[in-house]
Design a protein around this ligand. Structure first.
Ligand SMILES: [Zn+2]
Ligand SMILES: [Zn+2]
Length: 390
């Protein structure tokens, strides 16, 4: 069969499953589950994959709600990643119901390419993207060691084939001071609140002299008990983000110095810890990206290569993209004004436009699987680019 004919069959396969995939997406949407608690979603997704001939392994990498479903055998092994966790309060305001059903639709349609050319297609269920960076744990535990490439889509407000995501690490800091009567004996107290305020001010000064793509932000989670008591304890949570790992290391040291300086100035004792989970920047494999882009365009969706107005977040897909060639493409399901993680975006994730985005994502990913499996030259190019990044 010609690749064109095969791609047509892939589109028909997804189209024929329109109602099933829509129902699955809406079911996950109306049953939002937080990270590592996605029992229902993981159950429904794996059930569907099993019904469609995939060999399913649940709870891989010691994570209860993860899964690995595979079809075919041998190399290359192409993984399509599924996220299905929701957010506290706002439910599926990041549209992970669309990511997971699109992945499942793509996986099932990719069987046509596997039957024709050989190789393996996997749908890997990666829990807790939002709260714990589940893919980072899975990457450390070898989930991606046997695969050759990984792709996923994410709903958003623009059709963009690449994602700019920053390296990122969280910091928790607290200051231990000494309580005292704030009016009668202020000279006996050590003010832990002042220490954290000074830390903020020092970070604000630092911010003038960092790279424009870097980000530092934080909140105070404890600022004292009562205004007439010198605060004996303060605490805050901070996030430091940078365009690459080397700059993140540099920035982490500078940020920490802001806290050390504040401790010295106030006499409060600093305690801090960097989160064990560290997000890596996203490495877009441009060979894969271009194939995906062409397939999207052939479906009538005008997708751009990069974002005009770059927005920088972080995603645990960044860590996967450092291990194997990867893409994380964005599919528009709402207007530009709608903010991801807002209640309005949760509505979009269940809208007709959301369903169309999910189906287009499934088609384009499966068509990209077909491109890769059909051509060993393409496979070489993808690997070559990954091993020798520009
Ligand atoms: Zn999100
Ligand atoms: Zn998300």
């Amino acid at each position: 069969m010609s690749i064109e004919k095969l791609k047509e069959s892939i589109q028909n396969d997804v189209e024929n499953r329109r109602n099933q995939l829509k129902e699955l997406s809406l079911k996950i949407h109306s049953n939002p589950e937080l990270g590592f608690e996605e029992v229902k979603a993981a159950g429904w997704l794996t059930e569907y994959l099993k019904e469609n001939g995939f060999a399913v392994e649940k709870g891989i990498c010691q994570l209860k709600t993860s899964f690995k479903a595979s079809y075919g055998k041998g190399k290359p092994a192409i993984a399509i990643l599924a996220e299905y966790d929701a957010l506290p309060e706002v439910g599926h305001a990041c549209g992970h119901n669309i990511i997971s059903t699109s992945a499942v639709g793509a996986g099932v349609a990719s069987r046509l390419a596997v039957d024709e050319f050989g190789g393996t297609v996997l749908v890997i269920g990666t829990p807790a993207e939002e709260l714990y960076g589940g893919k980072i744990l899975m990457a450390e535990r070898g989930a991606f060691s046997d695969i050759d490439m990984a792709m996923m889509i994410h709903p958003g407000t623009g059709d963009i084939a690449t994602t700019e995501a920053l390296a990122c690490q969280n910091l928790e800091a607290e200051f231990i001071g000494k309580a005292s009567h704030a009016a009668a004996r202020p000279e006996k107290g050590i003010n832990a609140l002042e220490a954290i305020i000074q830390s903020f001010n020092a970070i604000n000064s630092l911010r003038q002299h960092i790279k424009s793509t870097a980000r530092i932000h934080g909140i105070i989670t404890d600022g004292g008990e009562a205004p007439n008591i010198v605060p004996a304890h303060s605490a805050g949570k901070f996030i430091v983000r940078a365009v690459d790992d080397a700059y993140l290391d540099e920035l982490k040291e500078k940020v920490l110095n802001c806290f050390i300086g504040a401790a010295t100035a106030t006499g409060a004792q600093l305690k801090y810890s960097w989160d064990e989970v560290r997000y890596s920047p996203m490495l877009n494999n441009m060979t894969l990206v271009r194939l995906f882009l062409q397939n999207m365009q052939s479906l009538g969706r005008s997708m751009s290569l990069t974002e005009e107005e770059q927005a920088f977040g972080s995603t645990d897909m960044g860590n996967v993209s450092q291990l194997v060639p990867g893409i994380h493409a964005n599919i528009a399901i709402a207007e530009k004004e709608v903010l991801v993680h807002s209640p309005e975006f949760a509505v979009a994730a269940a809208s007709d436009r959301g369903i169309e985005g999910m189906l287009d994502g499934a088609k384009a990913m499966a068509m990209t699987v077909a491109d890769v499996l059909s051509d060993s030259e393409i496979q070489k190019q993808i690997k070559e680019e990954f091993l020798n990044p520009q």
